[in-house]
Design a protein around this ligand. Structure first.
Ligand code: IMP
Ligand code: MG
Length: 173
C-alpha cells in the first residue's frame, strides 16, 4: 500500500543545507582529521553527501543500533546491531545521524562511544524534533529543526520504504 507523502523540505534546500554544514565543520576541524561515524541505515545518505564537501581529511566508519523497528514509537533502549570496524581511541569523532527524536538512541550511543576514549566526540544531525525530546543529548550541528511529524526521505524510512527520496517528506498516516 502506498502512503501519501507531502514535501516538507525540498531537495534543493536539503542539498544547500548539507553544504553549509560541511563548510562549518571544515572550519571547526581545520588541521584535524575527522573520523565520521555513520549511524546506519538512516545516516548514510546524509553522511556521504556531507563528506563530499568536507575539506579536511576524513575517514568513515559505520554502526547500527536498534531503534524503531516497524513501529512509529521509540523502543527506548539502544542495542548495538553492528559495531564499528575500527577503534576510535584518540580520534576526532563526529557522529552523523539522520534525526534526533526522543534522543534516547543517541544519548545512549554517545555514552558508549565516550567510554572508548576518542580525542573528541561531537554529534551532527540532519534533522531534529526538539519537541519530542525525552533524553538529554548535546547536538553540535543541526541541519533543520522540524515539528513533530513522521518524516521520510534522505535516508529516513517508513517500514524500510522511502529512504531513497531526495527530499524530506511527511507521511500522512
Ligand atoms: P530517538 O531515539 O527517539 O531519538 O530515535 C532516533 C531514531 O528513530 C532515528 O535515528 C530514526 O532512525 C528513527 N526516527 C525518529 N523519528 C523518525 C521519523 O520521523 N521518521 C523516520 N525515522 C524516525
Ligand atoms: Mg537513525
Amino acid at each position: 500500500m502506498a502512503e501519501k507523502i507531502s514535501v516538507l523540505i525540498p531537495k534543493e534546500e536539503v542539498a544547500e543545507k548539507i553544504q553549509e554544514m560541511a563548510v562549518q565543520i571544515s572550519k571547526d576541524y581545520a588541521g584535524k582529521a575527522i573520523h565520521l561515524v555513520c549511524v546506519l541505515k538512516g545516516g548514510v545518505y546524509f553522511m556521504t553527501e556531507l563528506s563530499k564537501y568536507i575539506t579536511e581529511p576524513c575517514s568513515l566508519d559505520f554502526m547500527a543500533v536498534s531503534s524503531y523497528g516497524n513501529e512509529t514509537t521509540s523502543s527506548g533502549r539502544v542495542r548495538i546491531l553492528k559495531d564499528l570496524d575500527e577503534s576510535i581511541e584518540g580520534k576526532d569523532v563526529l557522529v552523523v545521524e539522520d534525526i534526533i527524536d526522543s534522543g534516547r538512541t543517541l544519548s545512549s550511543l554517545m555514552e558508549v562511544l565516550k567510554q572508548r576514549n576518542p580525542k573528541s566526540l561531537k554529534l551532527c544531525t540532519l534533522l531534529d524534533k526538539p519537541d519530542r525530546r525525552e533524553a538529554e543529548v548535546t547536538v553540535d550541528y543541526t541541519g533543520f529543526q522540524i515539528p513533530d511529524a513522521f518524516v521520510v526521505g534522505y535516508g529516513l524510512d517508513y517500514q524500510q520504504k522511502y529512504r531513497n527520496l531526495p527530499y524530506i517528506g511527511v507521511v500522512e498516516l
